[in-house]
Design a binder for this molecule. Structure first.
Ligand SMILES: NC(=O)c1ccc[n+]([C@@H]2O[C@H](COP(=O)([O-])OP(=O)(O)OC[C@H]3O[C@@H](n4cnc5c(N)ncnc54)[C@H](OP(=O)(O)O)[C@@H]3O)[C@@H](O)[C@H]2O)c1
Length: 275
């Protein structure tokens, strides 16, 4: 029996259990994936306790992605970002599959040489910025808190072209960016239903990626579609980061269509229940 799970605080609305349990079933693996709300002062106990109980792996979400790095050997992107979203508890290795999730979300598109504006400099913003510079784009990061945005730029600049632009002046970039990424909670259920940038930034043919996946159709996705942009849904990043985590734990490539279907179904249910 394979035990897997996700830890965070809070964790109530996670769709990861639905997504991973569907993938386990499809792959014919006897296992279960559960969500655990861990109080911040218990995080170290939770990691070592899960290992002691024989869990094979965990996903890690807000607010623990950076803290768990202290207990683990970090691999690849986790080492570059000092942020972990996937743990192999058998080896005590931390991975960051969010970067892979972003890259796969752009896999149909050629972003090399393009200019990308990333709004937000938290975990998702840094993962998106790193993925895009690795794909050959020039990245402009903007963030409400300038110091945090500058820190992210310093980190990403080691791996590609990256600059900061002040959040209040971002409208000045109208006509100058090819890709827009929202990596703030704006548009997410329970947060302000607002656009992360002035609407005039949205131009026909632009690629717009909203990392927010709940709801699937965010205000940014709707406005971008109306403006003639090509849209990428946050659910793509969610599914692909999950698929990579699944592969790390099981050695098997999961059925991503089954995972996407399960995630969308769980999102629809969570929307109805809390409406
Ligand atoms: N699709 C996926 O798989 C996936 C994975 C992870 C995250 N996400 C999405 O990404 C979002 C951010 O997650 P995270 O882990 O990066 O969170 P985080 O580390 O807490 O960072 C949040 C970012 O959003 C900014 N922000 C928050 N409220 C804002 C507001 N009202 N106006 C402007 N900026 C605001 C913050 O700016 P300050 O620095 O000024 O606070 C910060 O840059 C989440 O809401 C989630 O929807 C999606």
């Amino acid at each position: 029996m394979m035990y897997l799970g996700v830890i965070g605080y809070p964790i109530r609305h996670s769709v990861s259990p639905a997504m991973h349990n569907a993938a386990l079933k499809k792959a014919g693996i006897e296992g279960v994936y559960l969500a655990f709300e861990v109080r911040p002062e218990m995080i170290k106990d939770a990691i070592f306790g899960a290992r002691a109980l024989g869990f094979a792996g965990l996903n890690v979400t807000i607010p623990f992605k950076e803290e768990v790095a202290d207990f683990l050997t970090l691999e690849g992107h986790a080492a570059l970002l000092k942020a972990v979203n996937t743990v192999d508890l058998r080896e005590m290795v931390g991975y960051n599959t969010d970067v892979y999730g972003v890259k796969r979300s752009f896999s149909d598109l050629d972003v090399g040489g393009k200019t990308a504006l990333v709004v937000g400099a938290g975990g998702a913003g840094k993962a998106a910025a790193l993925a895009l510079v690795e794909l050959g784009a020039t990245v402009i990061i903007t963030n409400r808190t300038e110091s945090r945005g500058m820190e992210a730029v310093e980190l990403i600049r080691r791996h590609g072209e990256c600059i900061f632009y002040p959040f209040e002046r971002v409208g000045e970039l109208s006509g100058k960016v090819d890709i827009l990424v929202n990596a703030t909670p704006l548009g997410m259920k329970g947060f302000a239903q607002a656009l992360p940038v002035p609407a005039k930034i949205l131009k026909p043919g632009m690629i717009v990626f909203d990392t927010v996946y709940n709801p699937v159709d965010t205000p940014l996705i709707r406005s971008a579609r109306e403006a003639g942009c090509r849209v990428i849904y946050g659910i793509e990043m969610l599914v692909h980061q999950g698929a990579r985590a699944f592969e790390i734990w099981t050695g098997i490539k999961p059925d991503v269509d089954v995972m996407r279907e399960a995630a969308i179904k769980a999102l629809k249910n969570s929307f109805i229940h809390s409406a």
